[in-house]
Write a protein that binds this ligand. Structure first.
Ligand SMILES: Nc1ncnc2c1ncn2[C@@H]1O[C@H](COP(=O)(O)OP(=O)(O)OP(=O)(O)O)[C@@H](O)[C@H]1O
Ligand SMILES: [Mg+2]
Length: 251
């Protein structure tokens, strides 16, 4: 459903253009969890931002259900995101003074949901991520794992076809990290796709259907996992940072 062909991305730097992605091609099928791994600076967040239409490619084609989206204008991309995508960021980007429920409701409101619909959905989703008892707690009082679950509920509230996650477990302990991956895994059962950037190879091995390894802006290796796992062990490091809240509000 999502198809990237020969995607290139350059950024201006010191008066010239520096190419960060050099012809990346990949497909994301419905109901699949895809992990993107690779060293710091290899272009993982850049790639995720392009898939998420937060940025536009310098060359190449980006198709969603057959429709070219790489060249859409800013407003059309915002509409596309609101209708199809959900974002989860490493540092959650919750509004600390709002309650868990309000944080989720806000995302629905931005996408145009009616107030009572937004409220009902937010409550149901927070129940589903195990935070039924924390819906009225200010986000600032939640633990890291709880905040990340609110962020996931927020990413799901508009029923996205594709969920994009940049280091969603980056600052969680193992138990919470597995909990988050279980939740993302459950989404694929409803034919949603998940693309997750991670530096945790054990998590990728265990939960991903497909692992894409980026090195210096190129796909170095794409592994389709079999039922027994297996795959890569490159010992790579990543540090994902994103200004996600801005993107949420922009859409
Ligand atoms: N807006 C930008 N302007 C200029 N250069 C950029 C921009 N965004 C990213 N880059 C450069 O592109 C390269 C890839 O960055 P990117 O953030 O995609 O890496 P990454 O693989 O996500 O790394 P990390 O694991 O550290 O998060 C880096 O060299 C970075 O400096
Ligand atoms: Mg990154």
């Amino acid at each position: 459903m999502f198809e990237l062909r020969e995607i290139e991305k350059s950024y201006p730097q010191g008066g010239e253009m520096v190419e960060v992605l050099h012809g990346v091609s990949l497909e994301i099928e419905p109901g699949k969890l895809v992990a993107i791994v690779g060293p710091s600076g290899s272009g993982k967040s850049t790639l995720l931002n392009l898939i998420g239409t937060l940025d536009v490619p310098s060359a190449g084609s980006l198709r969603f259900d057959g429709r070219e989206i790489g060249s859409l204008g800013q407003k059309e991309r915002a509409r596309f995101r609101a209708a199809n995508l959900g974002f989860i960021f490493q540092f959650f980007n919750l509004l600390p003074g709002l309650t868990a429920r309000q944080n989720v409701e806000l995302a629905a409101a931005i996408a145009g949901s009616e107030k009572h619909t937004a409220r009902a959905r937010a409550g149901a989703l927070l129940d589903r991520v195990g935070l039924g008892e924390k819906t009225e707690a200010p986000a600032r009082n939640l633990s890291g794992g709880q905040m990340q679950r609110v962020a996931i509920a927020r990413a799901l509230v508009n029923e996205p076809k594709l969920i994009l996650a940049d280091e969603p477990t980056g600052n969680l302990d193992q138990r919470n990290a597995h909990g988050i991956l279980e939740l993302l895994r459950q989404q694929t059962a409803e034919d949603r796709s998940v693309v997750m950037v991670t530096h945790d190879h054990d998590l990728a091995d265990r939960y991903a259907d497909q692992i894409i390894s980026l090195v210096d802006g190129r796909v170095a290796e794409a592994t389709h996992m079999d039922a027994n796992g297996g795959g890569l062990d490159l010992g790579l490091v990543g540090l994902g940072l994103l200004d996600g809240l801005a993107s949420l509000i922009r859409r």
